[in-house]
Design a protein. Structure first.
Lengths: 362, 271
């Protein structure tokens, strides 16, 4: 169990991040560059000192800004895989993996079997005598992982472990790495800028934005209940934050749809529920596009030009359509729909969705 | 036209420079037939001076390396008040006239010097002893090693030290097992340069340690002495020193990749 409350000031940038991570789980820290991901890792490793807050690992304080406790990195039970792996160029793979054990004073007769076991775990036992520069990117990644895991750390820290690999290797290694991480019993903190990796690896996902936690929760919570535009973009949905409109609902005789006012415009939903701030999400698949004003049931119609057309992998069967409407929307339609509407970037369209297609939560 | 004139001037400058630097070396070697050189090298006086020079210069290099490593690390990794001043003092022996260095050493470690009394109480005497030669050589050679080692340490990417720290390596362990091996080419180049400087040391040695055959008379001193009586002997000694110096410089030029390859091969063999 990791309990981290991290406060650090560096020039203009202030980091103020708190989260907990359970042993056996992978906690993903996701955010754009500059969000503070690497700063968090450096504080957890002990390479940097906390200004405020504390780091508790299984109840033991590794660092406490208040009372000035700072266990140096080399005395912490951690494994750290840096973004570019930082394998020692002058040592073979075998010696790289043995480095931590030797530094820790493990007797030589126990080093060799432990090193071989770690190399076998990551599948590069046959490359033990290579030097780092003789390895491919994926092999270097495995070597760095073996070097960290051989120490049997209680806290494993991975900094963008897949980002310096080419796309094909990344896809293959993603599955393999996930299977490996699921078997580990330690606390694993995984840093990435990739929403896909966050959702693939994260038993728990902590979204960082501008040095703060934008939202934290399970994969499912994030997907269903995004609470900031940043998280909504991350999980690929349309989010509105607003309040119920004052006065009686402006619908028809049967009560009709109620309105939620958001800074970008009003959205009609089934019913307003309790007063106070509400979050609304609309799945991009709920949004219908047309070139003329739609008739019939949709209660929400917005007009605006197409900003961008992004074919969705694999194969581009579906296409994400980014719209410059007010509020801005993202729709996801089939390739056939794009063709029949003859959608092009810059073309004005109507985007419509039903009040019942809106997911509301507080 | 201007381009042609400038080109001509540049070629002329290069030619003059080669003449200035190369002619003395070539004429030195041409002055004595190789057979004579070999014969001269069997002269016991020369052998004695050569042996003393090798022993003292190697001892000075070892001393400078051992004492210089921590200082180079400090200068490469730490910022502190007065660092510029310290750096200037460390570099001072490079620009100081060696005879001035010798006088300074006398005032410090001479019998009546600042630390002379304390050394005397310990039964150690530096002036006019072989140990004094080593001290004089170390004094002038130290900046060469410290400068190269400092640059070498600064070139090593911090990420390797960070990685070592997360792999249970205490700072001194990381220094010895990561920083020193990664900076090895620069460290070896620095050691070679300071060795060459120690080998050629003259002014500080003759001022501080004197010129006693077998005790403090190193090769450069023997050259100077021979010049008074026997020009050919001086030439033979000079050619010998020239060849040694050239060998050092060439080995530095070709060393880095070579040493790294050797180190890897040695480790493989050890396993």
């Amino acid at each position: 169990m990791l309990d981290a409350q991290l406060g650090k000031r560096r020039g203009e940038f202030t980091l103020d991040v708190a989260f907990q991570a359970r042993a056996g789980d992978t906690t993903v820290l996701v955010g754009e560059s500059g969000a503070g991901k690497t700063s968090v890792l450096r504080l957890l490793t002990g390479l940097d000192r906390l200004d405020e807050g504390r780091v508790l690992l299984d109840g033991t304080a590794l660092a406490d800004g208040g009372v000035g406790v700072h266990v140096p990195a080399w005395q912490r039970s951690i494994g750290y895989v840096a973004q570019d792996y930082a394998l020692f160029p002058h040592l073979s793979v075998r010696e790289n993996v043995a480095f931590g054990l030797r530094a820790d004073g493990v007797p030589a007769r126990r080093v060799t079997p432990a090193v071989m076991a770690a190399l076998e775990l990551v599948g590069i036992a046959t490359l033990a005598d290579r030097l780092p520069h003789q390895l491919s990117g994926g092999q270097q990644q495995r070597a760095a992982l073996a070097r960290a895991l051989v120490l049997e750390p209680r806290l494993l820290l991975l900094d963008e472990p897949l980002s310096s690999l080419d796309i094909q290797t990344r896809r293959a290694l993603r599955l393999e790495l996930r299977a490996l991480l699921q078997r580990l019993l330690c606390v694993t903190v995984y840093v990435t800028h990739s929403p896909i990796e966050a959702l693939v690896f994260g038993d728990q996902v902590v979204v960082l934005d501008g040095g703060r936690v934008a939202q934290a929760g399970s994969r499912g919570e994030l997907l269903r209940y995004p609470r900031s535009p940043f998280v909504a973009e991350l999980v690929g949905t349309n989010l509105f934050i607003g309040r119920p409109a004052e006065g009686p609902p402006n619908g028809g005789a049967l009560g009709g749809p109620a309105l939620i006012r958001t800074p970008e415009g009003a959205v009609a939903i089934g019913d307003t529920g309790a007063p106070g701030a509400v979050y609304l999400t609309v799945s991009p698949r709920e949004i219908m596009l047309s070139r003329t004003l739609p008739e019939g049931s949709p209660q929400n119609v917005f007009a605006g030009p197409v900003l961008e057309l992004i074919p969705e992998p694999p194969g581009g069967e579906r296409v994400r359509v980014v719209l410059a409407t007010q509020p801005p929307l993202v729709a996801e339609v089939t390739r056939e729909a794009v063709a029949s509407l003859a959608l092009t970037e810059g073309m004005p369209v109507y985007a419509a969705f039903k009040a019942t297609g809106v997911h509301r939560y507080t | 036209m201007r381009e042609t004139a400038l080109r001509f001037t540049a070629v002329l400058a290069v030619g003059l420079l080669i003449l200035l630097l190369g002619l003395p070396l070539v004429s030195l070697v041409l002055r004595i037939p190789p057979a004579d050189l070999l014969a001269r090298l069997r002269d016991p006086v020369i052998i004695q001076a050569l042996r003393l020079s090798l022993a003292t210069s190697l001892a000075a290099t070892a001393l400078v390396t051992a004492l210089g490593l921590p200082m180079a690390y400090l200068l490469a990794t730490t910022e502190f008040r007065g660092k510029r001043v310290l750096e200037a003092f460390i570099d001072l022996p490079m620009v100081l006239p060696p005879t001035v260095a010798g006088v300074a050493l006398l005032t410090a470690f001479g019998r009546t010097g600042l630390a002379g009394g304390a050394l005397g109480a310990l039964g150690v005497s530096l002036p006019f002893t072989t140990l004094g030669v080593v001290v004089a050589q170390s004094f002038v050679a130290a900046p060469f090693f410290i400068g190269a080692a400092r640059a070498g340490f600064a070139e090593v990417d911090r990420k390797y030290l960070d990685a070592a720290a997360t792999l249970r390596a205490a700072p001194t362990y990381a220094f010895l097992r990561v920083l020193v091996p990664l900076a090895a080419p620069s460290l070896l180049a620095g050691a070679a340069m300071s060795w060459a400087r120690a080998l050629g040391e003259f002014g500080a040695t003759i001022t501080f340690a004197g010129n006693m055959p077998g005790v403090t008379q190193t090769m450069p001193l023997a050259v100077y002495l021979a010049l008074q009586t026997d020009l050919d002997a001086a030439v033979a000694l000079s050619v010998l020193l020239l060849l040694v110096s050239l060998a050092v410089l060439l080995s530095i030029r070709y060393m880095p990749c070579h040493v790294a390859a050797l180190a890897v091969r040695a480790r493989r063999a050890a396993r």
